[in-house]
Write a protein that binds this ligand. Structure first.
Ligand code: ATP
Length: 311
């Protein structure tokens, strides 16, 4: 089983408008409200691929209940810890052809007691799982190195942890004594992490992934959008080539890539196939309108068009 963690979930609201008028009333009759947050995208994609997944994290208030009901109605297993505060809304206004204006609430502040209670749930779920995914930002009240804390809780287990976060949370996890099994930065995240320009040519990426900051992390997959990915596994480097596809909405393709890594690792596939799973699901998400959504019937055809080259 795969356990997927979302520490700061949201109810995502999208308002499609032909034009956004500032300082005036904008009316919208096609509102969409979905359970959101990077970890929930990961969960949904794993579930759509019919692999076993359970979603956990922190939820509170009526929006927390909305997310629970939403997951249950899709047949997705979940076990979130309750918090006093209210789960947040994140608003995306889609307007003027392809512009997207977002309003992201910071979300509730989490108490120490609430974190302790979550950790008990997490440990119980993790002990019956072979892969854990930790995705996204951390809520207020939770220190930036909290993912290191979760990693340390699993130090005596064989569970493989895939960490998909950025900035300080990622840096502190890479510097912690217990390392994640895999990370999936995109080139912007890599740049922010290292504080320098990152050219995505393969020689440069090999040099970058040999940086001591990544020591002890077995699998690093740098996703490169339409250009596929570059990966380091143990001491070897891999270039992953993908076909050209009809793209509808690439938002969430990174989360879908993480879902693919999780499924591949959980099925104990070869590294080449793990990378192919990840890329195939990234592409399948980009081919759909809805974020965090894939069409399983197209998987095999696309999987066979992904090529992995060991350098
Ligand atoms: P996000 O933050 O939106 O979740 P990301 O920046 O983390 O995405 P990307 O590198 O954009 O991740 O995309 C992940 C994978 O999804 C790519 O490696 C590729 O397989 C697929 N993908 C994304 N965008 C495209 C595209 N335009 N064409 C083909 N494949 C794509």
């Amino acid at each position: 089983m795969i356990v997927s963690v979302t520490m700061n979930p949201s109810v995502d609201i999208s308002y499609p408008l032909s034009t956004l008028v500032l300082d005036d009333i904008n009316r919208c009759d096609k509102v969409r409200k979905t359970a959101g947050g990077k970890g929930l995208n990961v969960t949904r994609v794993i579930h759509q691929m019919e692999a076993e997944v359970i979603s956990t994290g922190l939820l509170g208030g009526v929006l927390g209940e909305f997310i629970r009901e939403n997951l249950s109605s899709e047949g997705i297993k979940h076990d979130f810890s309750n918090i006093q505060g209210d789960t947040r809304n994140c608003i995306a206004i889609l307007h003027d052809n392809y512009q997207q204006t977002e309003i992201l609430e910071a979300g509730p502040t989490i108490s120490t007691e609430e974190l302790t209670s979550f950790e008990e749930t997490f440990l119980t779920l993790a002990t019956s799982s072979d892969v854990a995914t930790l995705s996204g930002s951390l809520p207020k009240g939770v220190s930036k190195d909290y993912y290191s804390r979760l990693l340390s809780l699993l130090s005596n287990t064989d569970i493989k942890v895939i960490l998909d976060t950025s900035g300080e949370s990622l840096k502190s996890a890479l510097e912690s004594p217990v390392k994640p099994y895999a990370i999936k930065p995109n080139s912007d995240e890599l740049q922010a992490l290292l504080g320098e320009e990152v050219s995505t040519d393969y020689t440069n990426l090999s040099d970058i992934l040999s940086h001591s900051l990544f020591d002890g992390v077995p699998l690093i997959m740098v996703s490169l959008g339409k250009d596929g990915a570059f990966a380091k596994f143990d001491e070897s480097f891999y270039r992953v080539e993908i076909p050209s596809i009809p793209v509808k909405n690439p938002v969430g393709s990174g989360d879908s890539t993480v879902a693919g890594l999780a499924i591949g690792l959980s099925k104990r596939k070869s590294i080449e196939d793990v990378l192919k799973y990840a890329m195939t699901l990234g592409m399948l998400n980009a081919m759909e309108d809805t974020t965090g959504c894939v069409d399983k019937t197209k998987f095999d055809d696309l999987f066979n068009q992904v090529n992995v080259y060991k350098l």
